[in-house]
Ligand binder design. Structure first.
Ligand code: C2E
Ligand code: CA
Ligand code: CA
Ligand code: CA
Length: 279
C-alpha cells in the first residue's frame, strides 16, 4: 500500500515538475524583459455617456518579446504575481502612466484621467502608499489625473488596513476604481466602507446584456447601487450599440470597450484623442 502511495506521489511530483518547465522559462524571460524594456503601455479610451467626451484612458500593459512575439497580459500577469515580479513591473506601469499623464497635461489635453491596474500583491505591500508617493514625486504627475484600479481581493488582508491605505491615497488626490465589480465574493459588505470613486462593471455582465433578463436586472441594480452610494459607474467591454443603448437607458455614467476603441498604442491613442476633441 505504501509503495503504491509513494508511486502515486512520485508520479504526481514528476508531472508537476514537467509542467514547471515552460513556467520557469517564462519567469526567466519575464525577468530579462524588465531589464530590456520589452513592455509598453496601450491605452483604452473611456467615454462619458452624459457629455459624449473622452474622460479617461485605461493603461494596459503589453509585452512585445523578441522571441515570443506579442504576449497578452493573461499569459504573464499571474506568473508575475506568483514570482513577485509584479512589484517591479507594477512600479514600471505606474511610473510610465504618470509620465504619460504629465505629457498629456503639457500638451493641453484637458483633464484626461489615466487609470492604472494595481495588483493586490502590490497593494498589500506595507509601504505601498510610500512607493506611490515616490513615483508621484519623481514624475511630477497630478494624482487628480490618476485613477488606481483595484479589485475586491485587496481586502483579503486586514479590512482596517485596506481602508486606511485607500483613505491615504484619496487624501493625496488619487481616484480609486473598483475593477471587475461583481466577480468577487461578499462584495456588498465592503461597498459602503471603501472610499472609492468609481465601480467598473465587469465585462462578463456587459456581454450578456439584452440576452438574459436576470443579467440585465443585475446590471440595472449595480448602477442604482452606485448612484445610491455616490460612486460613478463605468461599464467595461461594451462592444455593441445595443449594449450602449441599454446602459444609456439605465443611466450608467461611462463606457469603455471595443465599440469606442480597442486599447491603442500611444501614437494611435494620440490620434484618437485629437480626433475626439476636434469633432
Ligand atoms: P481588466 O483590467 O479587466 O482590463 C480589461 C480587459 O478587457 C483588457 O484586456 C482589454 O483589452 C479588454 N477589453 C476591453 N474592451 C473590450 C471589449 O469590448 N471586448 C473584449 N472582449 N475585451 C475588451 P487585456 O489588456 O488583455 O488585460 C487583461 C487583464 O490583465 C486586465 O483585465 C488586467 O486584470 C490585467 N492587466 C493588464 N494590464 C495590467 C497592468 O498594467 N497591471 C496589472 N496588475 N494588471 C494588468
Ligand atoms: Ca482594469
Ligand atoms: Ca474585467
Ligand atoms: Ca482586472
Amino acid at each position: 500500500y505504501k509503495v503504491k502511495e509513494n508511486g502515486k506521489n512520485h508520479f504526481k511530483l514528476y508531472q508537476a515538475s514537467m509542467d514547471m518547465v515552460p513556467q520557469l522559462a517564462l519567469e526567466n524571460s519575464l525577468r530579462k524583459a524588465l531589464d530590456r524594456s520589452e513592455f509598453v503601455l496601450y491605452y483604452q479610451p473611456q467615454l462619458s455617456l452624459e457629455t459624449g467626451q473622452i474622460i479617461g484612458v485605461e493603461a494596459l500593459i503589453r509585452w512585445i518579446s523578441p522571441s515570443r512575439g506579442f504576449v497578452p497580459p493573461s499569459e504573464f500577469i499571474s506568473i508575475a504575481e506568483e514570482t513577485g515580479l509584479i512589484l517591479p513591473l507594477g512600479d514600471w506601469v505606474l511610473r510610465e502612466a504618470c509620465k504619460q499623464s504629465v505629457t498629456w497635461e503639457n500638451q493641453g489635453i484637458p483633464r484626461l484621467r489615466v487609470a492604472v491596474n494595481i495588483s493586490s500583491i502590490q497593494f498589500q505591500q506595507t509601504n505601498f502608499v510610500k512607493i506611490v508617493a515616490n513615483i508621484i514625486a519623481q514624475t511630477g504627475a497630478n494624482p487628480d489625473n490618476i485613477e488606481l484600479e483595484i479589485t475586491e481581493s485587496i481586502a483579503m488582508g486586514s479590512m482596517e488596513n485596506t481602508i486606511f491605505k485607500l483613505s491615504q491615497l484619496k487624501e493625496m488626490g488619487f481616484h480609486i476604481a473598483m475593477d471587475d465589480f461583481g466577480t468577487g465574493y461578499s462584495s456588498l459588505q465592503y461597498m459602503n466602507k471603501f472610499p472609492i470613486d468609481r465601480l467598473k462593471i465587469d465585462r462578463s455582465f456587459i456581454s450578456l446584456l439584452n440576452t438574459n433578463e436576470k443579467n440585465d436586472a443585475i446590471v440595472k441594480l449595480i448602477v442604482m447601487m452606485a448612484k445610491g452610494l455616490n460612486f460613478k459607474v463605468i461599464a467595461e467591454g461594451v462592444e455593441t450599440i445595443q449594449q450602449r443603448t441599454f446602459l444609456e437607458q439605465i443611466d450608467c455614467d461611462e463606457i469603455q470597450g471595443y465599440l469606442i476603441s480597442k486599447p491603442l498604442k500611444l501614437e494611435d491613442c494620440n490620434e484618437f484623442l485629437n480626433a475626439a476633441t476636434v469633432s
